[in-house]
Design a protein around this ligand. Structure first.
Ligand code: KG4
Ligand code: ZN
Length: 349
C-alpha cells in the first residue's frame, strides 16, 4: 500500500489517528490528534448481552462487533467533527483477546487504511492499557513500574520508554479481574462481578474473613489468585445464616486480600527498579478500594502514583489511538497489512 504523508501542517500539527478496539466485549472507536488530544472516545458495551450467560460468549461478541462497528465509526467522526478523508492513520487492536472479536476490528481497520491509502498500526491491547495512565499528561510517557490489572491479565512491567518494556512478573493462574468475576458469580452477583464487589465492599468489614494473600512473600513478582477464589468457595457452605447477611463482608475481605498482594509486590518492584513513578491500568484499576490502598501506600513510601482516568481503565479505543500516536511520534513504521491478529500476543516478545 502507498503511504500517506502524515507530516505536520501549520494549522494541524499532529496526525489524526482513528483507532478501533474489539478484543473482547466492548466495541470501541476513538480519534486522537497526536498524543495530545483525544477528540472522541466511543464505547459500545455488550455487557447486557452477555449478562444472561454469566460471561462473554465469543460468537455473540463477534456478531455484535460486526453490527456495531460501522455505525460507531460514523458516530466517532461526527463527534470529532471530522470527515473520514481527514484521518491520517488507522490503528486497531491485534491481540491479545478473543480471535473472532479481534478479527472484526482489525480487519475493518485494515480495510479502512487500504481504502483511504493511509498507514495502519496493529496495536497490542496490553500496550494500550500500559500507556493509558499517560493520556492527557502534558509530561508524556515516562519511566515507571506499571501494574496492569484487567479481566485477562495481571502483570508488572518496567516501562523505560515507548516500546522498551520488561515483564517483571505476571499471574500464574487467574487474572485479578477474572478472580473478581468468578467470586462474583459464586456470590450470585450479576456479571461482571468486579464492579459489584467494589460496590458491596464499601459497606463491608475487610477484616471479617481472613482470606489468603497468595505468594505475597514469594520474593518474585508472580501472582496467583486461584487459591483465594477457592477459599471463598470453601467458606460459603460454612457461613452462619444466609449469604446475604455476609455479602458485604466477604466482598470487602476478598477485595482487601487481592489489593494487599498487588500493593506489596508493586511497591517492591518499584524499589527494585529504582523508579519513583508507579502507574496502574486495566479494568480492576477502577476499583475504589485498590485506588485508595495504592494512594495511601505511595504516600507513605514516597512514590508518585498515576492511575488511568475512570473510563480509560476498562477497554476503550482511546488507549489504542494514543499508543499508535506515540509510535508515530517516534517514527515507528506502520504495520504490514498481512500481519495477522494474535489472540496470545505478548507485550514483551
Ligand atoms: O480491562 P478490562 O475492561 O478488560 C480486559 O482487558 O480484560 O477489564 C475488565 C475487568 C473485569 O474482570 C471487571 O470485573 C473488572 O475489570 N473491573 C473491576 C471493576 N471494574 C471493572 N474489578 C474490580 N472493581 C471494579 N470497580
Ligand atoms: Zn483490556
Amino acid at each position: 500500500m502507498s503511504t500517506h504523508s502524515i507530516n505536520s501542517t501549520d494549522d494541524s500539527p499532529q496526525p489524526l489517528v482513528l483507532a478501533i478496539e474489539s478484543s473482547c466485549d466492548e466495541t470501541a472507536v476513538a480519534i486522537a490528534r497526536g498524543t495530545e488530544h483525544i477528540l472522541c472516545s466511543e464505547v459500545s458495551s455488550q455487557i447486557e448481552l452477555h449478562k444472561p450467560h454469566g460471561g462473554v460468549v465469543p460468537e455473540v461478541a463477534s456478531r455484535n462487533h460486526n453490527l456495531t462497528l460501522p455505525p460507531l465509526i460514523k458516530v466517532a467522526l461526527k463527534s470529532a467533527g471530522l470527515e473520514i478523508g481527514q484521518i491520517d492513520a488507522v490503528a486497531a487492536t491485534a491481540g491479545p483477546g478473543l480471535a473472532s472479536s479481534l478479527l472484526i476490528g482489525n480487519t475493518t481497520g485494515k480495510a479502512l487504511a487500504l481504502a483511504l491509502q493511509r498507514p495502519f498500526y496493529s496495536i497490542n491491547h496490553m500496550e494500550g492499557h500500559l500507556l493509558s495512565p499517560f493520556i492527557g499528561d502534558p509530561e508524556g510517557i515516562r519511566p515507571c513500574v506499571a501494574l496492569i490489572v484487567s479481566g485477562g491479565h495481571t502483570m508488572l512491567v518496567h516501562l523505560r520508554s515507548v516500546g522498551d518494556y520488561t515483564l517483571l512478573g505476571r499471574t500464574r493462574d487467574d487474572a485479578a479481574g477474572e478472580a473478581f468475576d468468578k467470586v462474583g458469580k459464586m456470590l450470585g452477583l450479576p456479571y461482571p462481578g468486579g464492579p459489584e464487589i467494589d460496590h458491596l465492599a464499601v459497606s463491608g468489614n475487610a477484616k471479617a474473613f481472613d482470606f489468603p494473600r497468595s505468594m505475597i512473600g514469594s520474593g518474585d513478582f508472580a501472582f496467583s489468585f486461584s487459591g483465594l477464589k477457592t477459599s471463598v468457595r470453601y467458606l460459603l457452605p460454612k457461613l452462619d445464616g444466609p449469604l446475604e447477611n455476609h455479602l458485604a463482608d466477604i466482598c470487602a475481605s476478598f477485595q482487601k486480600a487481592v489489593t494487599d498482594v498487588l500493593v506489596k509486590k508493586t511497591l517492591k518492584a518499584a524499589a527494585q527498579c529504582n523508579e519513583k513513578l508507579i502507574t496502574i491500568s486495566g479494568g480492576v484499576s477502577c476499583n475504589r478500594g485498590l485506588r485508595l490502598a495504592f494512594q495511601e501506600a505511595c504516600e507513605q513510601s514516597g512514590h508518585q502514583l498515576q492511575l488511568a482516568e475512570g473510563e480509560l481503565c476498562t477497554d476503550n479505543a482511546a488507549m489504542i489511538a494514543y499508543t499508535a500516536a506515540a509510535k508515530l511520534a517516534i517514527g515507528v513504521p506502520p504495520s504490514v497489512l498481512d500481519e495477522d491478529i494474535d489472540p496470545n500476543l505478548s507485550l514483551t516478545s
